[in-house]
Design a binder for this molecule. Structure first.
Ligand code: ADP
Ligand code: MG
Length: 297
């Protein structure tokens, strides 16, 4: 079942007299219960997209639906309900996620208190979530007495406090070592399984494709590539399949390593076969000498 749909999403920031196009016609579909990652160079629009999905920012044009919500057309009241109940957000900066003067347990209880959940139920749910992220024994510690990785796992429990359908995390492992990063991903995977929460993670983590169901690459404010893992019943990876996205006018962007491996440039030869299209470097094209390249620089 489709849970998130973005169609031709555009976000333009106006800074003084300048317009910055952060998203330019982005299309993305996410299934309910999926755990996926967004990767891409700095400035490609990852945080912009995540902020829009989190109801923290409004797109300039296009369509975006999350569950029952149309994010382009929400009343202020709906927006508050959306942010409080439908989504949970984890930031990169550990300090931004937690209140320093509250214990881990109190941090997880806080969003529930703001939502009017009773004291007993709050405590029960908070302990359950801290247990899920492997930190039940640290419940009464303040953030300063927790490692960066532990703080991020508490932050995930906080984000899950009001049982959101969607968990968004913007580079949650950006400030921790690789071992702590593995624990953070593991905690999110467990919550994904136990609660069925849909998870979108922005990450630079090189090992990410082993940890999520799908990796979507972003480039210049659009999605450009997808790597999907096929798993057997035991959850073991069978194989990975790589996709590039085809836009409505038939354009596709080939992965750069492929283009470089075959030294493709300017023009490529294509041929329609019965069930695929072949793409070859243009052997008859002008041979370019290194000095020619040099001249163009
Ligand atoms: P990423 O998270 O992939 O690094 P961002 O979504 O943060 O990329 O940024 C995409 C583009 O939008 C960049 O060019 C960035 O400078 C610009 N941008 C992001 N947020 C703002 C803002 N609040 N005001 C102006 N420009 C912004
Ligand atoms: Mg960012």
């Amino acid at each position: 079942m489709v849970y998130i749909t973005c169609e031709n999403l555009v976000k333009i920031y106006k800074v003084a007299d300048l317009e910055v196009v952060a998203l330019q016609g982005l299309d993305l579909t996410v299934e309910a219960g999926e755990m996926m990652a967004l990767v891409g160079p700095s400035g490609s629009g990852k945080s912009t997209l995540l902020n829009i999905l989190g109801g923290l920012d409004v797109p300039s044009a296009g369509r975006v639906r999350v569950g029952e919500y149309n994010l382009l057309d929400m009343s202020p009241r709906q927006q508050v309900v959306y942010r409080r109940t439908e989504v949970g957000f984890v930031w990169q900066q550990t300090a931004r996620n937690l209140l320093g003067y509250l214990t881990a347990l109190e941090n997880v209880e806080l969003p529930m208190a703001l939502n009017g959940v009773g004291h007993k139920e709050r405590r029960k749910r908070a302990m359950e979530l801290l247990d899920a992220v492997g930190l039940a024994a640290r419940a009464n510690h303040r953030p300063e007495h927790l490692s960066g990785g532990e703080q991020q796992r508490v932050a995930i429990a906080v984000a899950m406090a009001n049982r959101p359908h969607l968990l968004l995390a913007d580079e949650p492992t950006g400030e921790v070592d690789s071992e702590a990063a593995a624990d953070i991903f593991e905690s999110m995977r467990l919550l994904n399984r136990e609660y069925g929460v849909t998870i979108v993670i922005v990450t630079h983590d090189m090992n990410v494709s082993a940890r999520v169901d799908r990796v979507v690459g972003m480039r210049d404010g659009r999605t450009s590539t997808e790597v999907i893992r096929r798993r057997d019943e035991r959850g073991e990876t069978i194989h990975e399949e790589e996709y590039v996205l085809l836009d409505k006018s038939g354009r596709l962007q080939l992965p750069h390593p492929y283009i470089e491996a075959l030294d493709m440039r300017d023009r490529v030869k294509v041929r329609l076969e019965t069930d695929h299209i072949g793409v070859w470097p243009d052997k008859n094209g002008k041979k370019r000498s290194p000095s020619q390249d040099e001249e163009e620089r």
